[in-house]
Design a protein around this ligand. Structure first.
Ligand code: HEM
Ligand SMILES: *[C@@H]1O[C@H](CO)[C@@H](O)[C@H](O)[C@H]1NC(C)=O
Ligand SMILES: *[C@@H]1O[C@H](CO)[C@@H](O)[C@H](O)[C@H]1NC(C)=O
Length: 435
């Protein structure tokens, strides 16, 4: 079988296994000039085991930088790099156990990470050119060297140098982390030797800046670095880390802003009952704070609090909406007195409309932030558009109907007395469906 495959390869029939001249590079967006490169010798790919090469490169302002095979911390084969205190680097093979500090893997299957030529701390840049002869399997997982969607994780922590040669040095929790996929068949190198020597000339201080994010994947805005005809990187499947809390946050917020609040607004023209309107909107208001609280937790967990538009704008919206019930009560009092809309009424109406619209847009930013896939974005847009459409139809129908049914309105200039419910010289009037 291998022989057949080998001859197919030799005759160029398996195009995807073509050997690439440069090693694909990936720079997570969340980090500052942290980049990884990969090289899989053809011989290792063919036999399914053997040396693989990778490079970890970062400014020395980072205390540690790690790469790992796996799609989450738990069960991952993690390779942590930090300064050794004498101008070179320490590589520490660790096993991920969950959301806690990964400890050195001291088992016999621990990754035998070797530091190669070209490594060191030079001009404020840490470079580790690494060979791993046994990274295809570890205690708890395996990596196929021909996987077109191999799963990787990365994490980094800025801070002072650990300056130790100890592989078991204690590291503090990452500032941020990333997950991505790499098509290993696009990282093939022809010879089983350090592939990073020639490619090493470019200055990482000025380069990259973040080749890859969600959407398109890695390195695309970093010309000349990514090998192969297609993009070998894709966002990790688990990159959104869509857990129960995040789902709860998005469902509650979408339901509140796209359905509950607009429905509550429609209750006014539909039923004319301010009590129904007030109760309904109070429920929506409480839901909103629940969704906000969950969102805060998720953001805090993920170091995403107020470092992005979604969390900033969302917080602004919920706090600005605190004024809404106050405006509602003021409008209600005004209306009871004058039986018509005043400035405060329009403030109540338009404050609500503007903030709800902002919130709907912010939901889209949230989907972007969590790297949601296209179907989620489409579903969200449809829900938002349908709710918006229903709201617009009900409102314009109410306006038309009100125009037809409108009786005489009371004016501020009308003569009110405490004794009289209706002003002198004007007919009693029961307002219909309008508050
Ligand atoms: C001191 C060590 C570490 C601590 C205390 C720690 C703690 C945590 C915590 C609390 C989370 C959950 C927050 C979230 O969902 O974002 C998390 C997630 C994550 N961490 Fe770490 N971490 C450590 C080191 C590392 C290292 C060295 C890596 C990898 C190279 C890493 C990669 C990840 C990844 C990929 C996730 C998200 C995926 C998942 O659900 O597991 N972490 N970590
Ligand atoms: C770091 O160590 C590697 C492996 O021993 C070596 O090849 C490299 O030259 C060293 N770098 C420096 C700057 O000493
Ligand atoms: C308002 O009505 C009261 C009693 O009907 C009357 O005495 C008073 O003159 C009126 N005031 C004005 C400004 O019309």
């Amino acid at each position: 079988m291998k022989a057949i495959r080998g001859s197919l390869l030799a005759s160029g029939l398996i195009a995807s296994n073509a050997v690439h001249a440069t090693t694909p590079k990936y720079c997570p967006t969340g980090a500052d000039n942290v980049c990884f490169r990969f090289g899989i010798p053809q011989s290792s790919a063919d036999s399914g085991s053997g040396n693989i090469y990778f490079q970890i490169r970062a400014p020395s302002t980072y205390s540690w930088v790690a790469l790992g095979t796996g799609d989450q911390m738990k069960g991952a084969n993690i390779f942590v790099m930090y300064q050794d205190g004498s101008g070179n680097l320490t590589l520490s093979p660790r096993l991920g156990t969950g959301h806690s500090e990964p400890k050195e893997d001291t088992s016999s299957s621990a990754a035998k990470l070797g530091l190669l030529a070209g490594s060191g701390v030079v001009n404020g840049v840490m470079t580790a050119n690494v060979v791993c002869p046994n990274c295809e399997s570890w205690n708890g997982g395996s990596l196929s060297l021909t996987d077109t969607a191999s799963k990787w994780i990365a994490a980094w922590k800025s801070g002072s140098s650990l300056a130790t040669t100890s592989k078991s040095a204690s590291i503090s929790q990452h500032d941020d982390h990333d997950q991505f996929q790499l098509d290993l068949t696009q990282a093939t190198v022809s010879s089983d030797s350090n592939p990073f020597l020639e490619a090493d000339t470019e200055d990482p201080g000025s380069g990259s800046g973040g080749g890859s994010t969600g959407g398109g994947g890695g390195g695309s805005d970093d010309p000349g670095v990514v090998a192969g005809p297609g993009n070998p990187f894709a966002p990790g499947v688990g990159r959104t880390r869509r857990n129960a809390a995040l789902v709860a946050h998005s469902v509650i917020m979408t339901a509140t802003f796209a359905a509950l609040y607009p429905l509550g607004a429609m209750l006014m023209p539909l039923t004319g009952s301010w009590i129904a309107h007030a109760i309904w909107q109070t429920v929506a208001f409480v839901m909103m704070w629940v969704g906000f609280g969950i969102g805060m937790r998720v953001a805090q967990d993920r170091n995403m609090l107020f470092n992005n538009t979604h969390t900033k704008l969302g917080t602004a919206v919920v706090f600005l909406l605190l004024i809404q019930p106050v405006l509602g009560v003021m409008h209600h009092k005004y209306f009871l007195k004058y039986r018509e809309r005043g400035v405060v009424s329009y403030a109540h109406i338009w404050w609500g409309r503007i903030l709800l619209t902002t919130a709907i847009v912010n939901g889209g930013l949230g989907l972007k932030l969590s790297n949601a896939n296209n179907s989620a974005v489409v579903a969200y847009s449809i829900i938002a558009a349908v709710c918006f459409g229903i709201y617009a139809i009900v409102k314009s129908w109410a306006v038309v109907r009100r125009g037809r049914q409108q009786g005489p309105h009371l004016r501020k200039s009308d003569n009110f007395t405490h004794q009289q419910r209706y002003p002198v010289g004007r007919q009693p009037y029961r307002p219909r469906n309008r508050v």
